[in-house]
Design a binder for this molecule. Structure first.
Ligand code: SIN
Ligand code: MN
Length: 208
């Protein structure tokens, strides 16, 4: 049985959605992928300051950021390799929780080491903002914060653990959100510790 908790309208939390066996399968796929292609180091547009997370993508369109800006592209920004297709469990979570929406085109993989964080931001680089974003957590627990469409609006915090899934869409699709901190040593899933987050998104507007 999948437990569904509504955090607020448009934000749904599914604790321990993926069991340990599936978490290990997804982890192994990501680690072999990273071994083959290498993580890329995103940097802030204009200034070129590195993010504290490293990244990879699955799917036809991957989210990248460098000096020239944020964008989606089919290839790894540092070596030009085409992204691998979505892993089975990622396609499945989309069809289960985003049933009826167009298929996902991007799955961003963020790797957080113990001191990494993600400042409050909106996911707004997609043409189609009617489709909810699905976020999967693996490894160490993280303190996630979500607010409103106003950067200075009130926020709620939630600890995301390994195997948890969060969906945000509808009235919350453009809410500011981020990761305040990682709790090191809270999971044994990743051999080097830290946390992996996978974010699944629809990018383009479908014709129909
Ligand atoms: C993100 O919003 O890009 C990542 C959120 C997370 O790591 O849970
Ligand atoms: Mn985001």
């Amino acid at each position: 049985m999948v437990e569904e908790i509504m955090i607020k309208p448009g934000v749904f939390y599914y604790p321990e959605y993926f069991n340990r066996t599936i978490q290990e399968e997804v982890r192994d796929e990501i680690l072999s992928y990273a071994n083959e292609l290498g993580w890329f180091q995103p940097t802030l547009p204009r200034w070129g300051t590195p993010f504290s997370v490293k990244m990879l993508n699955y799917g036809p369109l991957g989210w990248v950021s460098d000096k020239s800006g944020y964008r989606y592209q089919p290839t790894h920004p540092e070596n030009g390799a085409v992204w691998r297709p979505f892993p089975l469990h990622m396609s499945r979570v989309w069809s289960s929780l985003n049933d009826g929406f167009d298929s996902p085109e991007a799955c961003l993989i963020n790797y957080y080491h113990a001191n990494a964080r993600m400042g409050l931001h909106q996911d707004r680089d997609e043409q189609d903002l009617s489709v909810p974003v699905i976020s999967v957590s693996l490894g160490d627990t993280a303190l996630f914060r979500i607010g409103t469409t106003d950067r200075k609006g009130p926020t709620q915090s939630l600890k995301l653990k390994s195997g948890d899934v969060l969906v945000f869409g509808g009235p919350a699709r453009l809410d500011f959100h981020g990761i305040d901190r990682i709790y090191p040593g809270t999971s044994t899933l990743l051999p080097e510790g830290g946390r992996i987050n996978l974010t699944l998104r629809r990018v383009t507007q479908s014709a129909g």
